[in-house]
Design a protein around this ligand. Structure first.
Ligand code: ADP
Length: 465
């Protein structure tokens, strides 16, 4: 069942109970008050009648020492006239509670007589032929006789009013409930609108529309829920697009890897086939073996680089305080002998937090690339300097440069701007990908500035404490 319908139903049940109990209590209260008033009036009237009877008895001629029954009847018939509708309903009984006089229509049993004595007044409410009466009984002291006067007062109107009150209240309740259902339905659908919008958003997202967001239409708890849901959806969308990018990158990597393997393998298989199936002169045999050797070497270098990248990806940072001087001494020793390129080292003294071997690998790769890009007798500068953000290391060359469109791609595995040039220099497009992975461990990244024909500058900043 829909939440809004549940809301309407529960409110209606509550309203029906409240109206039912409230109405019953109200109508009954009015009824009881009216009945009490009628009983009070009936008792007052019976007191007045008994007083009137006693007064009439006092006026009886003195010839009677005892009030005779005939006089009792006479007084009773006089008292009978008056009251509502011009006639009172009374009954008179003697000391022995034998009935002496009964008005026409006084049809009640003698239930009250036995419980009434000289000093008590009694009453009850009874129903006779669909009419309700207050039946009272009181003792009369007439001369030396004790008589009993019973009266009947019609109170049917009070009961009729109660029945009318109930029927009216029932109608009012039904009308109020029907109006309430309509109003509650609108209120419930207004209150549950944010839930409906959220449901729609979850369905759209489940169907793959990750950019869909729920509209926030209130500032209450449901509005907050919508806001939080949209926040969660943003995070989810971001993660999904990252995952998609990663999958795409992996697929690209696999494609490039397969391609890079294919070229040297085709050469190796081709030359090996020639060697085993033809008798060749020595010069050709040496040339074929040479091809097999160099392509094999390329494959070996590539597999080592790939292994390095895999290791770097899984590496936990174990950074040590390392003087920059030590790093530059190593580089100087390694590249100092390179006569065809003039490599210049300048640096500010500092101690950096690095894994020395890994940072050396980055710098060696960058210097190697710079040398490959430079003409013979070119200049390569290796610079270490303190900057605001940390310690900056840069390798600058004045060689061929990299086209702007390629600059963002060259850090991808197997990417080479000029494939034949790179392969001729034993490159496989893996050096910069390895540098990126190593710099990630050091919370840093490669920055590339380059202009075709003017040279390039590869730099990174090591954060300092
Ligand atoms: P490789 O093993 O081919 O050197 P890298 O990942 O180190 O692989 O470099 C990828 C490509 O980026 C190179 O093939 C080259 O085309 C280009 N490149 C890298 N460094 C430079 C540079 N300093 N100047 C010009 N091109 C460069």
């Amino acid at each position: 069942m829909k939440f809004s319908i549940k809301l309407v139903l529960s409110t209606m049940i509550l309203l029906a109970l409240a109206l039912g109990f409230g109405g019953f209590y109200l109508v009954n209260y009015v009824f009881e008050t009216s009945l009490e008033r009628e009983i009070g009036q009936a008792l007052d009237e019976s007191s007045i009648l008994s007083f009137a009877f006693e007064t009439a008895a006092l006026n009886v001629p003195l010839k009677y020492s005892v009030l005779p029954d005939s006089v009792v009847e006479e007084i009773a018939s006089r008292l009978e006239t008056g009251g509502e509708n011009g006639r009172r309903l009374i009954r008179i009984a003697d000391e022995e509670k034998n009935v002496l006089y009964t008005s026409d229509g006084f049809t009640v049993d003698e239930g009250l007589l036995p419980q009434t004595d000289q000093h008590t007044k009694s009453y009850r409410v009874i129903c006779v032929e669909d009419n309700y009466y207050v039946h009272t009984c009181v003792a009369i002291n007439a001369l030396d006789r004790i008589l009993y006067l019973e009266t009947m007062k019609n109170v049917s109107e009070v009961f009729t009013e109660r029945a009318m009150g109930f029927s009216l209240y029932r109608k009012v309740t039904v009308v109020m409930l029907l109006t309430g259902v309509v109003i509650m339905f609108f209120i419930a659908s207004l209150l549950t609108k944010p839930i409906r919008l959220l449901t729609k958003a979850t369905q759209r997202m489940a169907a793959g529309d990750y950019a869909y967001r729920a509209r926030q239409i209130s500032r209450d708890e449901l509005g907050q829920l919508t806001h939080d849901f949209n926040g969660m959806a943003n995070a989810l969308e971001e993660n999904i697009s990252k995952l998609e990018e990663e999958i795409e990158a992996r697929e690209e990597f696999m494609g490039a890897f397969a391609h890079e393997l294919k070229t040297p393998l085709t050469a190796i298989i081709g030359y090996a086939d020639m060697l085993r199936s033809h008798k060749m002169d020595e010069e050709k045999s040496i040339m074929s073996a040479n091809y097999i050797y160099t392509e094999g070497k390329r494959l070996e270098a590539m597999s080592f680089r790939l292994l390095d990248i895999l290791v770097a990806k899984q590496e936990e940072a174990d950074l040590q305080e390392t003087p920059v001087k030590e790093l530059f001494a190593y580089l100087r020793e390694m590249f100092g002998e390179k006569k065809e390129i003039d490599i210049r080292f300048t640096y500010d003294e500092a101690v950096v937090m690095v894994e020395a071997n890994l940072i050396k690998t980055v710098l060696v790769n960058l210097i190697d690339n710079a040398c490959k890009a430079s003409e013979t007798d070119g200049v390569v500068e290796v610079i270490g300097q303190m900057v605001d953000e940390g310690y900056r290391m840069a390798v600058r060359d004045y060689g061929i440069g990299i086209p702007e469109a390629e600059q963002s791609k060259i850090v991808k595995a197997f990417y080479m701007v000029d494939k034949s040039r790179a392969r001729s220099k034993n490159g496989a497009g893996l050096g910069l990908a390895l540098c990126e992975e190593i710099l990630k461990i050091h919370q840093s990244e490669l920055q590339i500035e380059s202009k075709v024909g003017e040279g390039s500058c590869f730099s990174f900043v090591l954060p300092m404490e």
